[in-house]
Structures are given as structure tokens and as C-alpha cells.
Ligand binder design. Structure first.
Ligand SMILES: *[C@@H]1O[C@H](CO)[C@@H](O)[C@H](O)[C@H]1NC(C)=O
Ligand SMILES: *[C@@H]1O[C@H](CO)[C@@H](O)[C@H](O)[C@H]1NC(C)=O
Ligand SMILES: *[C@@H]1O[C@H](CO)[C@@H](O)[C@H](O)[C@H]1NC(C)=O
Ligand SMILES: *[C@@H]1O[C@H](CO)[C@@H](O)[C@H](O)[C@H]1NC(C)=O
Ligand SMILES: *[C@@H]1O[C@H](CO)[C@@H](O)[C@H](O)[C@H]1NC(C)=O
Ligand SMILES: *[C@@H]1O[C@H](CO)[C@@H](O)[C@H](O)[C@H]1NC(C)=O
Length: 307
């Protein structure tokens, strides 16, 4: 291809804004906004006084007239008529964002008009903290990094929390001196107005030492069934809570006729046939790796016929 030198000269001032008072040509459109992966059409309105036309990406010629200069096969010409000179960019990516210039020559005068291609990207969480287990009182930082164009707003919410407010309006959620009430699921949302928010969850487990929430003295008459119950809670529970570590204070004959059952938080000590010697002071012990606690429960005598 051969281009006369005046052609190249006329391309040099590309990017110079149209001076006010100029003729209406070339007239490029307003800024073009497309989503990543979509196609962008860049249009330039011309008239029959125009002798040469070109579209440039920054200072690189994409098309000059019908001749393609760009090596990018995503760039194609749409129309080159007396009224319009348009190109199309397929499968637009973020690096295509920027100024594009329509450059024309009219009556031997070069003129340019610029349009900004703006590329939008839906919000996407690219890195988020894993589920975490910590001891009560320690500090936790959750991270949620998101990408998108425009840059997404990142917020954290505590799903198990009572308040409806945000736990954090930032990529990082810092919790110092975490309490057991702050355990549960945390949800990170990345929001921009391009597409639906990207939402991910992180589970925070807070270990705490056991406490006994229910232990009540119980009466039982001789020859009847007697039941002592003790409720304890702790995290972690499985394998480490030892409820019904019952001391035999007052139980002279060992554990004959007795059953100890641990179900969830509840520990039950059942006497199938209460006798005088069973009356006394029992201790319920709850243990996990963070500590232990105990409570005493009295099994006391009750007359069979009393109201
Ligand atoms: C526009 O220029 C930028 C920067 O050189 C380049 O990365 C991009 O691929 C170009 N896009 C097109 C459609 O030519
Ligand atoms: C086009 O986009 C550019 C760069 O983002 C901006 O400076 C300019 O104001 C925009 N023009 C219009 C008409 O929106
Ligand atoms: C996520 O961020 C952490 C901490 O900055 C880093 O160690 C890790 O490599 C990142 N993961 C990915 C997939 O980028
Ligand atoms: C309960 O224990 C007493 C005294 O040992 C015995 O006489 C009685 O038969 C027992 N009752 C039952 C239902 O086992
Ligand atoms: C039961 O035993 C515990 C500890 O062994 C003691 O603190 C408590 O006072 C006792 N209760 C009664 C009623 O004796
Ligand atoms: C019960 O708790 C007290 C105070 O923590 C402790 O001194 C005692 O040894 C415990 N008793 C049992 C049987 O674990």
C-alpha cells in the first residue's frame, strides 16, 4: 500500500480536539460504554467534502479508509460511506479502554474527534479468606478482594448477627476480642452497577470454654426413678466435652443401677431404683481443650405420698 506523505501528515495531529467554531465534521459519537466481552461500534459522521478518513486507537491507526492497519482480528470495518465511517471491535477487553480518534481530511484540513471507549466488568470476588476457627478473645481479620469496572464496593455482613447493619464497609473486616456471639457466617458482597453483586460466605467458628447453663437439684422417692440433668455448652463440642463426668460423692455402691447419657448439650444421670444411699451431692463436669467447669446437683429424698 502506498500513502502519500500528506496522508501521514494529516494523521500526526490526531487527538487534537475539534476546535469550537469548526464545521460539524468529523462528528464522533459520545463516549461508548460496553461490557467486557461485548462488541463496541465506533461511528464517525462525515459528509461528501471529506476526502480521507481513519480511526485510531491512541496514536495507532486501526483503519485508514477501507484499509486495515491493525493486526487485531477483532477490529473490523462496518461502513465507509459518504455519511458515515464506522468500525467495530469485537470481544472488547479492559485494555481496549481509552481514547479512539476519528481523523478526517476536509478541504485539505485535518480534523479529529475523540471518543472514549469505556469497558465495564461485572463485580467478581477474586480472593477471600477461608473459613476460620479462633479462640474467644482473639482477633480475626477477614479479607475479600474484588475486581470490576467501575471498581466494586465491598461490604461485609454478619448473617447470624442480630443487627441488620454492615459488619464492615471495606474489603477487610477486623474483629478484635471476638466473642462467641460473633461466630457464624459472614457474607462479603462486591457491588457495582454493571451486573448482579458477587457474594461469598466465610464461616467463623469461635471456640470458648464450657459453661453449665442448667443444673437443678432434683427430688426422688425411694424405689422410684431419679433423674439428674445438667446442660452445658462449649465449642468445640464433639469429642471434647465430657459431661457426666459424675463424681460418686454419696454413691457408695458404684454405678450399679445407673445410666449416664450425653446427648448434645444435655447430660442425664438416671437412677432406675432410687435408694436412701443414692441421696447426696453430685457433680457435673464439662471439659474441652479451653477449660473445664463444674456444677453440683443434689438428689434429695421425697416422700412417696406427699402432695
Ligand atoms: C488499543 O490500544 C491498547 C494500548 O496499546 C491496546 O492494548 C489495545 O489492544 C488496543 N485495542 C484495539 C482494539 O486496538
Ligand atoms: C468521555 O470519557 C472521558 C474519559 O473518561 C471523560 O473525560 C469525558 O468527560 C467523557 N465525555 C463525555 C461526553 O462523557
Ligand atoms: C489471596 O490473598 C492471600 C493473602 O494476601 C495470598 O496469600 C494468596 O496467595 C491469595 N490467593 C490468590 C488466589 O490470589
Ligand atoms: C428397688 O430396690 C429395692 C431395694 O434394693 C428392691 O427391694 C426393689 O425390688 C427394687 N425395685 C425394682 C423395681 O427393681
Ligand atoms: C455439694 O458439693 C459442692 C462441692 O463439692 C459444695 O460446694 C456444695 O456446697 C455441696 N452442696 C451441699 C448442699 O452440700
Ligand atoms: C469444680 O470447680 C472448682 C472451681 O473451678 C474446682 O476447684 C474443683 O476442683 C472442681 N471440681 C471438680 C470435681 O472438677
Amino acid at each position: 500500500l502506498h500513502y502519500p506523505s500528506c496522508w501521514l501528515l494529516f494523521l500526526v495531529p490526531a487527538g487534537v480536539p475539534v476546535r469550537s467554531g469548526d464545521a460539524a465534521f468529523p462528528k464522533a459519537m459520545d463516549n461508548v460504554t460496553v461490557r467486557q466481552g461485548e462488541s463496541a461500534t465506533l461511528r464517525c459522521t462525515v459528509d461528501d467534502r471529506v476526502t480521507r478518513v481513519a480511526w485510531l486507537n491512541r496514536s495507532t491507526i486501526l483503519y485508514a479508509g477501507n484499509d486495515k492497519w491493525s493486526l487485531d482480528n477483532r477490529v473490523v470495518i462496518l461502513s465507509n460511506t459518504k455519511t458515515q465511517y464506522s468500525i467495530k471491535i469485537h470481544n472488547v477487553d479492559v485494555y481496549d479502554e481509552g481514547p479512539y480518534t476519528c481523523s478526517v481530511q476536509t478541504d485539505n484540513h485535518p480534523k479529529t474527534s475523540r471518543v472514549h471507549l469505556i469497558v465495564q466488568v461485572p463485580p467478581q470476588i477474586v480472593n477471600i479468606s477461608s473459613d476460620v476457627t479462633v479462640n474467644e478473645g482473639s482477633s480475626v481479620t477477614l479479607m475479600c478482594l474484588a475486581f470490576g469496572r467501575p471498581e466494586p464496593t465491598v461490604t461485609w455482613r454478619h448473617l447470624s448477627g442480630k443487627g441488620l447493619g454492615f459488619a464492615s464497609e471495606d474489603e477487610y473486616l477486623e474483629i478484635t476480642g471476638i466473642t462467641r456471639e460473633q461466630s457464624g457466617e459472614y457474607e462479603c458482597s462486591a457491588v457495582n452497577d454493571v451486573a448482579v453483586p458477587d457474594v461469598r460466605k466465610v464461616k467463623v467458628t469461635v471456640n470458648y470454654p464450657p459453661f453449665i447453663s442448667h443444673a437443678k437439684n432434683t427430688g426422688a422417692s425411694v424405689g422410684q426413678k431419679g433423674i439428674l440433668q445438667c446442660e452445658a455448652s462449649a465449642v468445640p463440642v464433639r469429642g471434647t466435652v465430657l459431661l457426666g463426668g459424675v463424681l460418686m460423692d454419696g454413691l457408695a455402691n458404684g454405678l450399679d443401677g445407673v445410666r449416664i447419657e450425653n446427648k448434645g448439650r444435655m447430660s442425664t444421670l438416671t437412677f432406675f431404683n432410687v435408694s436412701e444411699k443414692d441421696y447426696g451431692n453430685y457433680t457435673c463436669v464439662a471439659t474441652n481443650k479451653l477449660g473445664n467447669t463444674n456444677a453440683s446437683i443434689i438428689l434429695y429424698g421425697r416422700c412417696r405420698a406427699c402432695p
